[in-house]
Design a protein around this ligand. Sequence first.
Ligand SMILES: Cc1cc2nc3c(=O)[nH]c(=O)nc-3n(C[C@H](O)[C@H](O)[C@H](O)COP(=O)(O)OP(=O)(O)OC[C@H]3O[C@@H](n4cnc5c(N)ncnc54)[C@H](O)[C@@H]3O)c2cc1C
Length: 432
Amino acid sequence: MIANFKPLKIAVIGGGTAGCMTAAHITKYFPNFDLYHIYDSRIPTIGVGEGTQANFPQWLESITGLKFNELQTRCNITRKFAIQFENWGSNNKQFIHNFYPIKEAYGYHISADKLAELLKDHISATHIDKKIIELKSDGVAVNITFEDDTELEFDLVFDASGFPKSLDNDEYKNISVIPTDSALIRRGSAVDFNWATRSVARPYGWIFIIPLTSHTSYGYIYNSSINSRDEIEWDLSQFLEEENVTPYNESKHLKFPNFSCRTFFNGSLFKIGNCASFIEPLEATAIGILHAQISYASEYLKYLAKSNSPKQKIDESIINTFNELLFQIVSKASLFVGWHYAKGSCFNTDFWHFAQSNFEQELDKSVDTKLLGKFESYIQAGSEVNYFLSFGKLNSSIKPFGGFRPASFYEIGTGIGYYSSTNKNQQLARQH
Ligand SMILES: Cc1cc2nc3c(=O)[nH]c(=O)nc-3n(C[C@H](O)[C@H](O)[C@H](O)COP(=O)(O)OP(=O)(O)OC[C@H]3O[C@@H](n4cnc5c(N)ncnc54)[C@H](O)[C@@H]3O)c2cc1C
């Protein structure tokens, strides 16, 4: 006899990119759960996050059923084939970091606000618009308390409520290999150059230029303990003037932590998006990492969907494996992003001296020798990449390092002048 259990009650907290992607994914692939989508519409979403990676278009099309033209109308998308780096490294030249295969694979530049709006049309859930004041989770169930003192209990909760309020405890690891912590965002009108995100090194950091059909986003990424807001405002204006851009919105200042939580998942609570981890947007890794988090969570959801019994506490070793895998993804992506600073830029400024030396120092301090060994083996593999062979099928068989294959290491390493430096062998033979 098959027992009939009530469908599991699942909540997704957050109406930003992370919450909407997660709730839309569950709606599409796990329609039998009793889904709740909870966010407080008075708490704004971060509203940035407009560059994506090559797995994103397929996912978005599978969720919405919309093709490129319809998505362009709804979310102002353009196809992103690469990132174009300008003024980075010791070669002082422009170089490209492609998606592979080159000219075929692409991500989207997409309006973050419109993406959330679009995804909400594809979420089928009980919607609750209230502020949460407490989450209590014991690994089997989660109890949510709202500001009006009402409570609800769930079997599983995805917490996509954005950056944690504080990071000063054992729950989080600060990612110090990244030298930036702040952004100044502005907008200008749409530009013709839209097949790549531009990443332009400047004296106090670097600027992303993300081209949408409706507008272009400019973000100056910098370190607030080295440069002041006034310096950044001034240098961004200089840049916009050089580019003949008249910005048309107010300046938006943001401070961001570079961090990863240690426990993404405890059996009943899954942290996701900016609530779980963040590293600066140089390689637009946030939505890519979020995608990986959703994929891992889906494995657990598949298991729950199949099991014909009430939810039980899951084995500690399974939880540890989840957490280790998710932590590794962020750690690897951080090393790859931090490495972009290893040869500085064409600017001889405090920021670039710090960024370059910080990378070396933080690597030396690292205790995870296994991870560093792996990182160095990818740097080595990148230096040996046969450009013509490696961007095809051959290369795709190699497992990526935090989402990046040797071809990416090749393009960044060559672009910043890492491989051409005379002390290459010395760099690769670091002792840890
Ligand atoms: C400068 C900058 C540039 C970036 N560029 C990129 C990029 O190019 N590509 C990329 O992939 N990513 C980028 N990101 C990352 C981007 O922020 C994330 O991809 C994405 O927006 C995830 O945000 P989120 O949904 O986790 O959180 P948020 O957008 O902060 O959403 C949080 C949600 O939780 C709700 N909430 C919060 N607290 C409560 C509460 N107590 N009760 C109820 N509801 C609550 C809020 O109402 C909101 O709906 C960038 C980030 C920064 C800072």
